[in-house]
Design a protein around this ligand. Structure first.
Ligand SMILES: N[C@@H](CCC(=O)N[C@@H](CS)C(=O)NCC(=O)O)C(=O)O
Length: 215
């Protein structure tokens, strides 16, 4: 049995794993780690069940008693077994570049969440809203134009679209002070990817089942 360990949030790092397995009907244990367990894991490198976490970070995936870390690696694994990756090496790399971009964008935003200086936080959020996020969204929009598709790769839904769906859903949710809910509005192709995944029947089913609402 596959087990996925992460906090009880629909953040893209975990949701790309959970949703791809769910869509494909692959059973897995969706283990939600409490705040205290998370803090303890960062400090000790161990999960509540005593399993060792390689980089003291979540998500991790457990299979046959073995643990693997790093979102990209786990996403590819889940994508492969869910048939939401690519068998073609070049197209697989195209999927990887989107997952790596989701990581890069996350790494731009996350430090502003940890920022203690309120004035600096406001400035950083302005910079994200006016400069950094639109720049990255434009790069992604360009890729979709080149692809001439409503999906990032192979004209079908892959883990690249699922990761971006939840990353964009986080960024435009209004939950991050200073980043407006309109942040993706100028990028219609990117919005369409979000729309497509969001309206996939199995994704809707997952959201209702797991969060009792569409997130
Ligand atoms: N490189 C890791 C980063 C994962 C990561 O930053 N996870 C956060 C939770 S969203 C975490 O565990 N942070 C604790 C820490 O870095 O100390 C990955 O791609 O999975």
């Amino acid at each position: 049995m596959i087990k996925i360990y992460y906090s009880h949030t629909p953040f893209w790092r975990a949701e790309v794993l959970r949703v791809s397995l769910y869509i494909s009907g692959i059973p897995f244990e969706d283990i939600r780690i409490s705040r205290e367990e998370f803090i303890n894991m960062i400090k000790t490198g161990f999960l509540p069940n005593g399993k060792k976490v390689p980089f003291h970070q979540l998500p991790v995936l457990e299979i046959d008693d073995k643990i693997i870390g790093q979102t990209g690696a786990i996403a590819r694994y889940c994508g492969k077994i869910s048939n939401l990756y690519s068998n073609d090496d070049f197209n697989a790399a195209k999927i990887d570049q989107i997952i790596d971009t989701a990581t890069d964008i996350t790494n731009l935003v996350s430090p502003t969440i940890r920022e203690k200086n309120e004035q600096k936080k406001i400035e950083d959020r302005k910079n994200l809203t006016n400069k950094l996020l639109p720049r990255w969204f434009k790069y992604l929009e360009n890729l979709l134009s080149e692809e001439n598709s409503e999906w990032f790769v192979e004209n079908k839904m892959t883990i690249a679209d699922i990761a971006m769906w939840r990353l964009l859903g986080w960024l435009n949710s209004g939950i991050i002070d200073g980043i407006p809910t309109t942040i993706v509005n100028d990028f219609p192709k990117l919005k369409k990817v979000h729309y497509n995944v969001h309206h996939h029947p199995k994704v809707k089913e997952w959201m209702m089942k797991t969060y009792s609402k569409e997130i």
